[in-house]
Design a protein around this ligand. Structure first.
Ligand code: FES
Ligand code: FE2
Length: 351
């Protein structure tokens, strides 16, 4: 077990207190970009979020989004308890104010004194993509490595961002569930799948620079159960999965008549035991239908998965292939675990 304690609130190499990851795993995951919030949930007030056990505050400073440690450098109060005005935020305890780039811009007790730079916040890069705010805790370069999402920028497509879903389970288990094609007939029969159609036709996985992809063709439809639209008899549904390690996967579903639905499963590792699942989507059909229907259907599907992901043991994802039993339908799971091993991650036993 490794418990890391911050020794200095603004030090560049400190680790979160009460870590639930092995330090080596944390250091690898902290080099990756992860989503932490929906852009639309960030107003003028500071927003507290957690990524990889690190509490962060997200706030607006004019047109910029600032992401910083959620810790006032004065007396350690979370800045997410404070208030904001769209340009800066004020700490709830003594009103110190922080603006662009995390700079301390006001100390109300001494308005005329110079402000020591030690009061500036430790910040992280912030990028908005697919309607999500992304960050990286330990960037190694200026590169922004956020996986592509097919058709998001295509004007023929409608862009949708479902509310996030919190899961009391590990991101790796959740992602593996998303790419698992053998569970539809058992878990998703109230939403889209058919209990009488459990057979998994053969499919292959193909390595990509940051993961793999799989094209899976089957007769399992993707219309909501009860929908009058049931597609064409004999239509072969193509589900094109693209997995980007560690925790992002997109699924492009080919509907009849060139319809396309793309779902990005962006699992944000709040800790080794908690995941905030973001799901940007885009589609080129049904664009005039109410968004709430998409939100509701998505929630129903992911809720069906949630109960299982939260119950899995061990809570981590065993990366040693000998630790769980596999069948041919699990090609994607095996490829996923291999890709995580290739990143250098350990067995993911939570601490
Ligand atoms: S603790 Fe934040 S201003 Fe004093
Ligand atoms: Fe599922």
């Amino acid at each position: 077990m490794t418990t890391a304690t911050a020794t200095s609130p603004a030090g560049p190499h400190t680790l979160p207190r009460h870590m639930t990851f092995e330090v080596e795993d944390w250091n690898i995951l902290a080099r990756c970009w992860h989503p932490v919030a929906l852009e639309r949930e960030l107003g003028d007030q500071p927003l507290g979020v957690t990524l990889l056990d690190a509490p962060l505050v997200v706030y607006r400073s004019d047109s910029d989004i600032v992401i910083a440690d959620d810790l006032c450098p004065h007396r350690g109060v979370p800045l997410s308890m404070g208030s904001g005005n769209g340009q800066s935020i004020a700490c709830a305890y003594h009103g110190f104010r922080f603006g662009d780039h995390g700079r301390c811009v006001k100390v109300p007790a001494h308005p005329d004194n110079a402000i020591p730079s030690k009061l500036n916040l430790k910040t992280y890069p912030a990028v908005v993509r697919y309607g999500l705010i992304w960050t990286c805790l330990r960037p190694e370069s200026d590169d922004i490595t956020i996986p592509p999402m097919p058709h998001w920028d295509d004007p023929d497509f409608q862009q949708i961002n479902c509310p996030w879903i919190d899961i009391a389970g590990f991101a790796g288990r959740q992602v593996e569930g998303f790419i698992d094609v053998a569970h539809f007939a058992f878990v998703h029969t109230d939403t889209f799948a058919d209990p009488d159609n459990p057979v998994v036709p053969p499919y292959k996985t193909r390595l990509t620079p940051d993961g793999f992809e799989a094209e899976y063709r089957s007769s399992v439809g993707n219309y909501p159960i009860g929908s009058s639209e049931r597609g064409r008899a004999g239509f072969e549904w193509l589900r094109h999965f693209r997995v980007h390690v560690p925790f992002i996967a997109t699924l492009e579903i080919h509907f009849p008549d060139d319809g396309r639905l793309v779902i990005m499963n962006a699992a944000s590792p709040v800790s080794a035991r908690k995941t905030r699942m973001f799901a940007p989507m885009c589609r080129n059909f049904d664009k005039e239908l109410p968004l709430q229907d998409v939100y509701d259907f998505n929630l129903e599907v992911f809720e069906e998965d949630r109960a299982l992901v939260e119950a899995q043991k061990p809570e981590n994802l065993p990366l040693d292939p000998t630790l769980e039993a596999h069948v041919t339908a699990d090609r994607s799971s095996i490829a996923y675990r291999r890709a995580l091993r290739t990143m250098g991650l350990s067995q993911f036993f939570t601490v």
